[in-house]
Design a binder for this molecule. Sequence first.
Ligand code: NAD
Length: 373
Amino acid sequence: MKIGVLKETKEYERRVALTPDVVKQLLKKENTVLIEKGAGESSYFSDQDYVDAGASVVSTDEVYAVDILLKVNAFTPAEIQKMTPGSACISYLYAYNQPEIVDALISKKITSFSMDAVPRISRAQKMDALSSQANLAGYKSVILASNHLGKIFPLMMTASGTITPARVLIFGAGVAGLQAIATAKRLGAIVEVSDVRPETKEQVESLGGRFLTVEGAETVKVEGGYASEVSAEFLQKQKQLIQDKIKEADIVITTALVVGKKSPILVTEEMVKSMKMGSVILDMAVETGGNCEISEINKTVVKHGVTIIGESNLPSLLPTNASQLYATNISTLLLHLCPAGFLKLDHEEEITKGVLITHEGELVHAFTKTILS
Ligand code: NAD
């Protein structure tokens, strides 16, 4: 099978879909790999590294002559126009949010698979790019926020006085949140955490965080590991609990996500005003509307004396590791879909059903269909 990798074109993107090590593994399965010239440069993989691994480094036009194209970010309608009709592609697509991309894939009869739609089940863990990238994002969120704080994290007793530990408040104890807790604890902070899923309490505590329990949390519905939207009454109770905690916090990291919905506003402008001068908020949910009312996408701003970071692509700030993990995720999915060296779809199989978005000129993905229709 001929596999192609396009260079990312999205602003601030530094990742690449396949790394040289993963190329080697794909070649062992009798595939051919074409890499667009310069595709790995921003993640510190040179064209020569790919050639040494056995890939061919080719021009932009040549990379489209393949059976399956790979990318990190969604293919643009212009890129889809250049694809061979009947060929396949894999990338993040967020198809339910991108009708123009779905239309382009349908009209070109491309079989498309979306990395953001990999089901969160044990069998698919090695393909789960949302988790691998969120894990890195959780780590980087703490490092980035700490760089903007005029304080250290740990308790430090010195001859010149005692420095008290920094206080970090984290919203959402999913993949990103748990890694943020672990990182902040390793640096010596006091970490407090709020999540609507009661089962996260144990995980938070096992990492040394303090869980802030909201009354009524036991009634929140959880489907496939994701929390459903909570009631306005619940959010109000959560707000009351958080109000006092936020005044003491040095860093607030928000990762609260409700799949397919706008992120809940958890930090209002009033709350920001109540925070200490010099404290820092990092809003990881900024791309889906934000958990902080006044964060701005891809900007770091100072409002009411608080630094608010709205970085939407934290994994891209760790491009080498993020590409390594993404390449493992996408190649594992690719081999799952092509067990005999060519695309063989079992439409009833859970992973295939989860990731297949368009096929033979039709939108076939159930969730995307519901949202777009
Ligand atoms: P996840 O689904 O694993 O975790 C989200 C958590 O938020 C869940 O535990 C959920 O119960 C919790 N939550 C939902 N509503 C809440 C509320 N009202 N209060 C407190 N917690 C609530 O998701 P994840 O993979 O950890 O990603 C978290 C967020 O970070 C997502 O919004 C994702 O898009 C974003 N993300 C951003 C970047 C970036 O670079 N900025 C990178 C990766 C992920």
